[in-house]
Design a protein around this ligand. Structure first.
Ligand code: SF4
Length: 335
């Protein structure tokens, strides 16, 4: 496995403080390696987006990071904790080191400015010494990279299709050549054909430019196809993490199995979609012990009373995966 570029250590994020506060992300430990696509899956409310906004310090109040570290390893120089950066350093860190493509990002283009202006704005803010000619050349190059003809530079957003607008946003995220790109449901608003085209293109770009991706979606089938590793979140915790092929072939956590049973098989015989009974837990009244126990078909004695720790199962391919479930006793906790 390549060297780490981002290490999330014991990260805790909540909304509000004191008695009224809720914990949305709990004791998360996760490492993103150079050049890899790490998928983050889970139902709505599992904490995926809160984790992404917490680690980039983009959470709006009452969201608050209550503990942990986010260690970033720059291409050159010493690693540092993103949570400890001054506002000035944080401003430089965003876009240049880590960029984020939000849910429905294509709707955040300014309707009264041409694409060229919006792309070069990023360069104007971060590379003030760059000449206008060079900025326009870089913007044209980015459009080309994401599969849009350079003559669309003079188009307004309403003159582009949804897929093209989303490609522009991906181009904008890559324009300063960040090492990490976080994609939060980047293609949810698009049809499935466009979704696959854009994600296929993103993987090609990753191979060419070498950045790492945290790809957040509730659609586990997309992650199986496009990720190197997948982390599954439930109730604000990582409950399983493994290479994508291992999750698809042999998920260990009953919640991961439930997610896999909620979409049709990519290959092989047809199978019945089983889904997951019940609803995700309410953050204000998280069940005791394993928070999945009220919905888990495999729940047994220890589940309601004790929180299982994320750890390496220790057998077979256990060295490359981790799980938090009493069915799979772990020998080495993660984090
Ligand atoms: Fe199910 Fe128990 Fe495992 Fe939780 S710890 S997923 S309740 S078997």
């Amino acid at each position: 496995m390549s060297a780490p570029v981002l290490e999330i250590k014991n990260l805790n994020v909540g909304y509000g403080l004191g008695d009224q506060g809720v914990r949305a992300v709990r004791d998360v430990n996760l490492t993103l390696h150079r050049g890899e696509v790490l998928g983050l899956a889970g139902e709505s409310g599992s904490g995926k987006s809160t984790l992404a906004y917490g680690l980039t310090r983009l959470l709006a109040p009452p969201g608050v990071v209550t503990g942990g570290q986010v260690i970033y390893h720059p291409a050159e120089g010493e690693p540092y904790d993103v949570l400890g950066l001054s506002d000035e350093r944080l401003r430089k860190f965003r876009w240049a080191e880590t960029a984020i493509v939000f849910q429905g990002a294509m709707n955040s283009l300014n309707p009264v400015h041409k694409i060229s202006v919006q792309l070069t704005d990023v360069l104007r803010a971060h590379e003030p010494k760059m000449s206008e000619t060079s900025r326009l050349a870089r913007a044209r190059e980015m459009l080309k990279l994401v599969g849009i003809a350079a003559d669309r530079m003079d188009a307004y957003p309403h003159q582009l299709s949804g897929g093209m607008r989303q490609r522009v946003m991906i181009g904008m995220a890559l324009i300063l050549q960040p090492q990490v790109v976080i994609m939060d449901e980047p293609t949810t608003a698009l049809d499935v054909v466009m979704q696959r085209q854009i994600l296929g293109q993103l993987i090609e770009l990753r191979e060419r430019l070498g950045f790492s991706v945290i790809f957040i979606t509730h659609d586990l089938s997309l992650l199986v196809e496009f990720s190197d590793r997948i982390a599954i979140m439930y109730g604000g915790r990582i409950v399983e993490e493994a290479p994508a092929a291992a999750i698809y072939r042999d998920a260990l956590h009953p919640y991961s199995k439930g997610l896999l049973g909620s979409f049709p098989a990519l290959r092989g015989p047809r199978r019945e979609l089983t889904g997951i009974p019940g609803s995700p837990p309410d953050l204000k009244g998280m069940p005791s012990g394993c928070s999945f126990h009220p919905r888990c078909p495999k729940a047994f004695d220890p589940c309601a009373g004790n929180i299982p720790v994320l750890g390496r199962p220790g057998t077979g391919d256990g060295r490359t995966r981790s799980v938090a479930c009493w069915l799979h006793p772990t020998e080495e906790p993660v984090g």
